[in-house]
Design a protein around this ligand. Structure first.
Ligand code: NAP
Length: 477
């Protein structure tokens, strides 16, 4: 049993009230985590407040050196990151190594280099010079979900601290293990006390207390759209800087000229990676009428060959969902799809797995056809291994279908004609669109959604701007 403590002011803090953390692949309790509330959050905010001035006075070079030190120490523990992430979330170990562990290290390295190379513009007038100075905002409240735990936490902590802010972070209480590993790493390398404070607990208690705290100047939140609305309702009247990275219901548009042999494995990856629990997953697959039958046959065959099972096995393509209650929610959408007239082409149920995985939150990758593109199943975020297929007759119809949800996070277009793909991509109302690829990330580019998928952008210079206050100093010569 792992014992997790809050990390506040450079110390691991004992606490009386605990929550249990479960391995979703087996149902086994693996850790006790603090059930923090107002008192713990206030303590963390006070520590961040005390550290704020001295941290902000370090040079940018000194802060980027700290980021590199964190990256080195995390890289040394890459295997631990991958195994803890797989244990906590149920995701396949192969995915945890390739994506979670490597990106968590890369986030610190990237922002160290990017901040070092970054220069702000100065604006010259005939008789004066405008000097733009990026100042720290103050204390950053960072709230993250369970699907990519350390990947998303490090994506916020790295730019926040490099710009001179101090941090109070609350990871999801469902997946606290790698945030705890980060606390250990930060402690080992001796990052000044109070710069990064990590408080574990429930969103409604610890999360809400961070958002409500008047000393917290900025909130960066990644999570569901409904929670995002609550966070915004609290933070906006307090004039906090706010970034909201929320849910998605992303369209995958397959044109008639796409090379199916090459694109189907990628389209399946975009639908089912991390058991479909990635905000960017392409869960609505829109297919040209002209290749409908061929696409459906090949896609169903491919998805049927995907293996669901023991997350620690290198042969598993899909592991467990994050919890039994989340699996139940996803299954309820499969039942809804049947009531809405959908036909299940494959999956639709929990696989029969040997002990101890018979108690786990597993679900077969599921493909549903025959639904209206306006149905609830096809427009609401399911966040599980469930995709719906819809046919279109023209590019205009594909665009109309792609844009018919309240979400606007991401999308992809698959075609042999790159020019046509790009033209279509520009008409999709989302923050990000890929053509002939998916989740192909350059950390310099803007990341974020439109409509109900969020407010603001993170990534590269957008992160550095969000985690700083741009101040203009106009000097008359
Ligand atoms: P969630 O339920 O909204 O929770 C996200 C985080 O907010 C958790 O740490 C949660 O704590 C906390 N929280 C809950 N209520 C809060 C409150 N009143 N005040 C402050 N914090 C609160 O989302 P989730 O189920 O963990 O994650 C899945 C969602 O995240 C999906 O909708 C997915 O699309 C979205 N997501 C978006 C992106 C993106 O970049 N756009 C990336 C990844 C995931 P608890 O865990 O204790 O509830």
């Amino acid at each position: 049993m792992i014992q997790i403590n809050n990390y506040i002011n450079g110390e691991f803090q004992p606490i009386k009230d605990f929550l249990e953390d479960t391995n979703p692949a087996t149902g086994e309790v693996i850790a006790n985590i603090p059930k923090s509330g107002l008192t713990e959050v206030e303590k963390a905010v006070n520590a961040a407040d005390e550290a704020r001035i001295s941290w902000s006075k370090l040079s940018l070079e000194e802060r980027t050196d700290w980021l590199d030190k964190i990256a080195d120490a995390l890289e040394y523990r890459s295997d631990d990151i991958a195994s803890l992430e797989s244990l906590d979330t149920g995701k396949p170990i192969t995915l945890a190594k390739a994506v979670d562990a490597s990106r968590s290290v890369a986030n610190f390295r990237f922002f160290a280099k990017f901040a070092r190379d970054f220069s702000v513009e100065n604006f010259e007038m005939d008789d004066a010079m405008n000097h733009v100075v990026l100042k720290p905002v103050g204390i950053a409240g960072l709230i993250t979900p369970w699907n990519l735990p350390l990947y998303l936490l490090s994506w916020k902590i790295a730019p926040a601290i490099v710009m001179g802010n101090t941090v109070v972070a609350k990871p999801s209480e469902l997946t606290p293990l790698t945030a705890n590993l980060l606390s250990e790493v930060i402690h080992e390398i001796g990052l000044p006390a109070g710069v990064v404070n990590i408080v574990h607990g429930l969103g409604s208690e610890a999360g809400q207390a961070i958002v409500e705290n008047s000393k917290v100047n900025l909130i960066s939140f990644t999570g569901g759209t409904i929670t995002g609305k609550m966070v915004a309702a609290t933070a906006a009247p307090m004039f906090k800087k706010l970034s909201l990275e929320l849910g998605g219901k992303n369209a995958t548009v397959v044109l008639e000229d796409t090379n199916l042999e090459e694109s189907i494995p990628e389209i399946a990856r975009s639908g089912f990676m991390n058991q479909g629990q990635v905000c960017l997953c392409g869960s609505r697959i829109l297919v040209s009428d002209k290749i409908w039958d061929e696409f459906v046959d090949k896609f169903v065959d491919y998805v049927k060959s995907m293996k669901v099972g023991d997350p620690s096995s290198p042969n598993s393509d899909l592991g467990a969902l994050v919890s039994l209650s989340h699996r139940d929610k996803v299954e309820s959408y499969i039942h809804l799809a049947q009531r809405e007239g959908g036909e299940i082409l494959c999956g639709g149920k929990s696989p029969k797995l040997p002990s101890p995985f018979d108690k786990g939150a597993f679900l077969e990758p599921t493909i549903i056809s025959g639904l209206s593109h306006m149905s609830r199943t096809a427009t609401e975020e399911i966040f599980g291994p469930v995709v719906t297929l819809h046919r279109f007759k023209s590019d205009n119809e594909a665009i109309e279908m792609a844009n018919c949800t309240e979400y606007g996070l991401a999308g992809s277009v698959w075609t042999s004609d790159v020019k046509r793909g790009k033209e279509l991509a520009e008409q999709i109302e989302t923050g990000m669109v890929w053509v002939n690829t998916w989740l192909h990330r350059d950390l310099r580019v803007p990341f974020g959604g439109v409509k109900n998928s969020g407010v603001g952008r993170e990534g590269g210079r957008w992160s550095l701007s969000f985690f700083s206050e741009a101040v203009n100093i106009c000097v008359k010569e």
